[in-house]
Write a protein that binds this ligand. Structure first.
Ligand code: ATP
Ligand code: MG
Length: 234
């Protein structure tokens, strides 16, 4: 029987990524290899422009590497195009963006149910599951509010609920506390860590925030697209 507890959920092997062409070509990631096991968390730390978002986008299968392999929950995505990867994104990955990326004309409930609608679940299950995650992020009383009528922290909770609703193996969060005051940011981090623990979700986030660095021991430093790792995540 495979050892599920120790299996690797998020893996990059010798990954490089370029942007642009000709003289303007930039090597955003340079031969990067990382792996994070089921139920573990890791934080990417590095200066602006070092490649944190690029790395998360590749793990999230919302962009493609130029060289190397991206392996998500044992599935090598390398030979597949972004369209072909849509089911894997829906099934296995929840992405929390720095700027929340909620759809402004939809309520909190409607934003959260979207991934389940795309997966074709029936209304009964959707209602049950959306209410369940609303409870986890303590937003039942805001479910009919639009994003513009919510605070930054509440919007980020909606974004986390949307990332969580499909029971992903992997949650990726790009500077999830950066647009929040320090108290709200700390609450959001605790929520992510609690949810990770509760369901053995793998969590990879990027952050400059000292609160995050104090709480997550697997630190992946990134500089000019190259990584070095504090605590081994292999
Ligand atoms: N779509 C793009 N087109 C061209 N260059 C890009 C693109 N996205 C990122 N880059 C470049 O790739 C490098 C890595 O960018 P990335 O956004 O991954 O950095 P980051 O560490 O997330 O920075 P920040 O902390 O400011 O969010 C930078 O030099 C950036 O200018
Ligand atoms: Mg970034």
């Amino acid at each position: 029987m495979p050892c599920i507890v120790n299996s690797v959920v998020a893996q990059l092997v010798d990954v490089s990524k370029y942007y642009g062409s000709g003289e303007g070509r930039i090597k955003a990631l340079d031969n990067v290899s990382i792996s994070v096991r089921r139920g573990d968390s890791a934080v990417l730390v590095g200066p602006s422009g070092s490649g944190k978002s690029t790395l998360l986008h590749l793990l999230g299968c919302i962009d493609k590497q130029d060289e190397g392999s991206v392996i998500i929950d044992g599935i090598d995505t390398s030979s597949k195009g972004l369209d072909e990867l849509a089911p894997l994104r829906l099934d296995k990955i929840g992405f929390v963006f720095q700027s929340f990326n909620l759809i402004p004309v939809l309520t909190a409930y409607e934003n959260i149910e979207l991934p389940l609608l795309f997966r074709g679940y029936d209304q009964g299950y959707i209602k049950h599951r959306v209410n369940e995650v609303l409870e986890m992020v303590h937003l039942q009383d805001r479910m009919h509010h639009y994003p513009r009528h919510m605070s930054g922290g509440q919007q980020q909770r909606v974004a986390i609920a949307r990332a969580l609703v499909g029971n992903p193996a992997l949650i990726l969060a790009d500077e999830p506390t950066a647009n929040l005051d320090s108290r709200t940011g700390a609450d959001i981090l605790e929520l992510l860590l609690y949810l990770k623990q509760k369901d053995s979700i793998t969590l990879v986030l990027s952050s400059h925030d000292s609160v995050v660095l104090e709480r997550i021991s697997n630190v992946i430093h990134i500089m000019d697209g190259r990584v070095s790792i504090d605590s081994p995540v292999f």
